[in-house]
Design a protein around this ligand. Structure first.
Ligand code: GLA
Length: 356
């Protein structure tokens, strides 16, 4: 009888074990992401006034930096010449202060989400360089001054480098009118407005050698002229097929060789191999979840190895139920680019990133 009971118990135990193994990490206690990385670098997420509520528990447990997704961009914070609207960004800053999180300011000069009045006069013509610079100075002093001491770092200039091989700066009103001097001035004014804030040049595809070299040229010139720039933000919008952690490593090496810090400012890895892949996964296939996990694992291995120069890693979102990639580049195509799934559970990628 005892022997039978023994074997029966053994049998029950093995069933329980196999179920918990199959469920993988679901039953494991989930560690706090930022705490796992506290000896390396802060971990952040882009948020908006909705997600600070809908994703509150994840944010409070796992992140110690937030970036306002849109709320500090010109079109929201300075929609009309005489009117600033800080209320949306304030909600995020208050949330961060309440939770002892740092705030990354994003962004002061960008060619998108900027109202057209910034570049034009009453007749609809482009303004002179002087006028544009004056408008920019006023904007930067006002916004950076307003958040002085509350924002630890600013993406002063976002995406100025052109993707066109024959062009250095992007052919957009900011640089058509203001040239490279506008970039220099933006950093100088941001520094005057908050001398303690760290100032970044931020861009996408900086893992790609040609774009990396162009950005390197730009920030090198700024450094040589004594312009107050402290770091380069590598956005880090990846797909399963591109780029590689090795390319990220090369970029970190190159930018840090100028004495600059590096932050990954908008990290996400799409579940698609190609931006325009003809598929739509409501539930992501296992092999893709696995590949994504391996890419995150290797990327974070690189980032940990450069912890002396990497001063932050920020995800562009919190969990897969709210990602900009559901709308871009294909509207309505579900993506799953983050460490937490649509139900806010940690994904395989999460476990790879915290296991080292
Ligand atoms: C760029 C910008 C971000 C954001 C993303 C897409 O990377 O820097 O502010 O708009 O595009 O959401």
């Amino acid at each position: 009888m005892r022997i039978r009971l023994f074997f029966f118990t053994l049998f029950l135990l093995s069933i329980v074990l196999s179920i918990s193994c199959r469920e993988g990490n679901v039953n494991r206690e989930t560690p706090s992401l930022w705490q796992v990385y506290k000896d390396y670098f802060p971990i952040g997420a882009a948020v908006n006034p909705t997600t600070i509520n809908t994703h509150k528990s994840l944010l409070e447990k796992h992140f110690n930096v937030v970036t306002p997704e849109n709320q500090m961009k010109w079109e929201i914070i300075h929609p009309l010449p005489e009117s600033y609207n800080f209320s949306e960004a304030d909600k995020i800053v208050e949330f961060a202060i309440k939770n002892n999180m740092k705030v990354r300011g994003h962004t002061l000069v960008w060619h998108q989400q900027v109202p057209s009045w910034v570049f034009t006069n009453e007749r609809g013509n482009f303004v002179s360089k002087d006028i544009l610079l004056k408008r920019l100075e006023e904007h930067i002093k006002k916004v950076v001054g307003y958040y002085k001491g509350k924002v630890y770092a600013w993406d002063v200039v976002n995406e100025a480098i052109s993707d066109n091989p024959n062009e250095f700066l992007r052919n957009v009103p900011w640089y058509r009118i203001g040239g490279e001097e506008l970039i220099e001035k933006a950093f100088i004014w941001a520094h005057e407005a908050d001398p303690d804030a760290l100032l970044f040049y931020n861009d996408y595809n900086l893992e790609e050698p040609r774009k990396r070299d162009k950005a390197y040229e730009l920030v090198k010139r700024l450094k040589e002229k004594g312009i107050p720039i402290h770091g380069v933000g590598i956005q880090g919008h990846w797909i399963l097929g591109w780029p590689t952690p090795r390319m990220l490593e090369e970029s970190i090496k190159k930018f840090s060789s100028l004495g600059l810090q590096v932050e990954v400012t908008e990290f996400d890895i799409s579940i698609y191999y190609d931006r325009n892949e003809n598929a739509n996964f409501t539930t992501p296939p296992e092999d893709r979840i696995e590949r994504q996990a391996q890419l995150y694992k290797e990327a974070f291995r690189v980032l940990r190895n450069y912890k002396d120069v990497v001063t932050g890693v920020i995800f562009w979102g919190v969990a897969d139920d709210a990602t900009w990639l559901d709308q871009w580049p294909i509207r309505g195509r579900k993506d799953h680019p983050l460490l937490f799934d649509v139900k806010h559970n940690p994904k395989k990628a999460f476990w790879e990133v915290v296991s080292f």
